[in-house]
Design a protein around this ligand. Structure first.
Ligand code: SF4
Length: 238
């Protein structure tokens, strides 16, 4: 059974992470930019570390840079990035100002010169090497995974179609709101999908506007949100 003391103890462990407390994001990013720890460095133009917003804030997580991101050195450029910015701006969110955007994988995965999806081992290797350290410094109040690939870094067996719009808790104690990758909307384009996407960003803003410090406050177990309730309960009963 989920208990309040269990919830509080998980948050306490998270808040007591000291391993990177003396390392600044700037220093970490400078080191990241010279990384050649895996084969992906061979085809990249540059490492794409992400865009940083305030600590203890909102953090969006994508999968990996594509062609445009690799050229510009920033995440979510091009049509997907424009759609994402529109959704964010609609609810008063601006990248770098009140949210961070990071990718799990920092270098562009390619096949025959085209973009490709990062493999599970690339996600795990680069994600554990850099993203986890970025998150330890940023200490986000809420993570939002954009699409199924970044979701799988935190929950390898999860499916975005089943979990979109719900909050789950990662093994590191991060509350994670799952939603779609903007490219998925551009490919499918159904009006009801856009409405659902808009409602997700509204919900994310509502969560961020709450003055909360515990999982139970961030993701209240309300009868009106049976899916969220189920996911949280599932996590704590494992
Ligand atoms: S993908 Fe990640 S681990 Fe691999 S070279 Fe790039 S930054 Fe380093």
């Amino acid at each position: 059974m989920i208990t309040l003391s269990l919830i509080k103890s998980i948050f306490k462990i998270k808040s007591e992470e000291k391993s990177l407390s003396e390392v600044s994001l700037e220093k970490l990013t400078e080191t990241m930019k010279t990384c050649i720890a895996c084969q992906l460095h061979k085809d990249r133009t540059q490492v794409v570390p992400g865009i940083y917003g305030p600590k203890n804030g909102l953090c969006l997580i994508g999968e990996a840079p594509g062609y445009n991101e690799d050229l510009k050195g920033q995440p979510f450029i091009g049509r997907s990035g424009k759609l994402l910015d529109k959704m964010l701006n609609n609810v008063g969110l601006v990248r770098g100002k009140n949210l961070s955007i990071l990718n799990v994988v920092k270098c562009r995965p390619t096949i025959d010169g085209s973009n490709r999806t990062p493999t599970a081992s690339e996600l795990k290797f680069c994600g554990e090497k850099w993203l986890t350290k970025q998150l330890q410094i940023l200490k986000p109040k809420l993570l939002v995974t954009l699409g199924g690939i970044s979701l799988k870094f935190f929950f390898p067996k999860a499916s975005v179609t089943r979990s979109a719009g719900t909050i789950m808790v990662s093994t590191d104690g991060y509350p994670i709101f799952s939603t779609f990758h903007p490219a998925y909307l551009l490919r499918n384009g159904r009006p009801e999908l856009y409405e659902k996407y808009e409602s997700h960003f509204k919900e994310i803003t509502d969560i961020m506007n709450k003055d909360s410090s515990t999982i139970s406050e961030i993701a209240p177990l309300e009868p009106a949100k049976p899916k969220s309730q189920k996911k949280l309960t599932d996590f704590f009963e494992k």
